[in-house]
Design a protein around this ligand. Structure first.
Ligand code: SAM
Ligand code: SF4
Length: 416
């Protein structure tokens, strides 16, 4: 009998991609996957540490999963495993292994060790490798790991090591494997994809996009995440010249106040940011733009927050993810006075979300009567080039093409 595994993923797309890679490696080793954690003999939690709320939620889910499945073995992978290391064996005596994100490719050996009753702590070292995997209609492909930006609020550089780039050859080979198994869309992933460099050819991120667009079967390419300080003129031009590049850019701004941006160590001002958006819209008038915003950063005044709302309005975003500042030990901002009261953070969160919703709905209503190029990842459900969720009754997974939008329901576009 083959061991059945269940992987539960918390946090960002990077973690979702890492879970996909772990699955590929474990399938190669002959493990099977179960749909429910209760049926699994080995449960892997792939954790997130970006905000304390995410971390606490993961810990309580882990305790619950252990109670519900008293026979199973458990592995904790991801950023929280790296952050607390072997301490976690005391808190969760049933944990068989803790594994840092950089040790992703050791999952096969670690799973075998844990299933034979051993214990493992893989917290330092490791390198990204190659796994030939099969995929669904849309799949993540990691191009860059780690981060060197040290935004003052963020734990990622401490938990995911220094920035490294995968060789273009490996990335393209992985995308070809996926395309051969039926994948139509690849989403290139990294904390900071715009700084991508291929050591062998010296090619940059735009070169990688142009090469990926030549792969048969790949109909659309997306990427995440971009840092405003690294957006190049070449990349902006790529939106005009590469028809496979989805018309969507997620460009986290974090704040509309220059003094807060400085304290966040973001290395751009609100004016620079708005100029980038202007150039992007010149290059691709139908591009959708989304962002991340943190409210309640130490020292954020009412006037700073008003500037954030003003920026959101002038940028006319298609979507804004708003986060309440969460102080994280070890980061530079942890030693700044967390002087915005929680009540105030909550009020700012609601105000930013309300504005984001108003803008997002307006943008979507503008699509009524228009044709939206859509790739259906599942029957009836897909995403337009602008990354809007699209519903079309009768559409089949893998269908791709323009669909006419007849209505908007919530944030979804409804096609004829
Ligand atoms: N690398 C990406 C970037 O440069 O924006 C995103 C990585 S981070 C995992 C995703 C988002 O979480 C960030 O854009 C930021 O808005 C938010 N975030 C990170 N640290 C945070 C903190 N300490 N408190 C609240 N939000 C945070
Ligand atoms: Fe964190 Fe900044 Fe790196 Fe994004 S760019 S992962 S926010 S340090």
């Amino acid at each position: 009998m083959k061991t059945k595994i269940y992987i539960r993923t918390f946090g960002c797309q990077m973690n979702a991609a890492d879970s996909g890679v772990m699955r590929g490696i474990l399938e190669d080793r002959g493990f099977e996957f179960s749909e429910k954690p209760e049926d699994a003999e080995l449960v892997i939690f792939n954790s997130c540490s970006v905000r304390d709320h995410a971390e606490n939620r993961m810990f309580s889910n882990l305790g619950l999963a252990m109670k519900k499945n008293p026979e199973a073995a458990f592995i904790l992978a991801g950023c929280t495993a790296k952050r607390y290391g072997e301490e976690l064996f005391k808190r969760f005596p049933r944990l068989g292994a803790v594994m840092a994100p950089s040790e992703l490719f050791s999952i096969g050996d670690i799973a075998e060790k844990v299933m034979s009753g051993g214990r493992a702590a893989a917290l330092e070292g490791g390198s990204y490798g190659f796994v030939s995997r099969r995929g669904g209609v849309s799949e993540f492909v990691v191009i860059q790991t780690g981060c060197d930006n040290y935004c003052s609020y963020c734990v990622v550089p401490f938990l995911r090591d220094a920035e490294r780039y995968r060789p273009a050859e490996d990335i393209l080979r992985e995308a070809e494997c996926l395309a051969a198994s039926g994948t139509n869309e690849i989403v290139f992933l990294g904390q900071n994809v715009n700084s991508y460099r291929d050591e062998k050819t010296g090619g940059d991120f735009s070169d990688l996009l142009a090469r990926a667009a030549k792969i048969d079967g790949i109909r659309r390419i997306r990427f995440l995440t971009s840092h405003p300080k690294d957006i190049s003129g070449r990349l902006i031009a790529e939106f005009a010249s590469n028809p496979k590049l989805a018309r969507h850019l997620h460009l986290p701004v974090q704040s509309g106040s220059d003094s807060v941006l400085k304290a966040m160590n973001r290395k751009y001002g609100s004016g620079d940011y708005l100029k980038i958006l202007e150039k992007l819209r010149e290059s691709a008038p139908d591009i959708a733009l989304t962002t991340d915003v943190i409210v309640g950063f130490p020292g954020e005044t009412d006037s700073d927050f008003a500037q954030t709302l003003n920026l959101i309005r002038s940028a006319a975003f298609d979507g804004v993810y708003v986060f309440k500042y969460s102080p994280r030990e070890g980061t530079a901002s942890f030693s700044m006075k967390d002087d915005v009261r929680d009540e105030q953070k909550k009020e700012r969160l609601s105000a930013a979300l309300a504005l984001a919703k108003e803008l997002a709905l307006k943008k979507r209503e503008g699509w009524i009567g228009q044709k939206a190029e859509t790739l259906f990842e599942n029957d009836d459900v897909g995403h337009s080039s602008q990354n809007y969720l699209v519903f079309k009754k009768g559409a089949k997974a893998g269908d791709f093409g323009g669909v006419r939008i007849k209505a908007v329901s919530g944030f979804r576009l409804i096609a004829e």
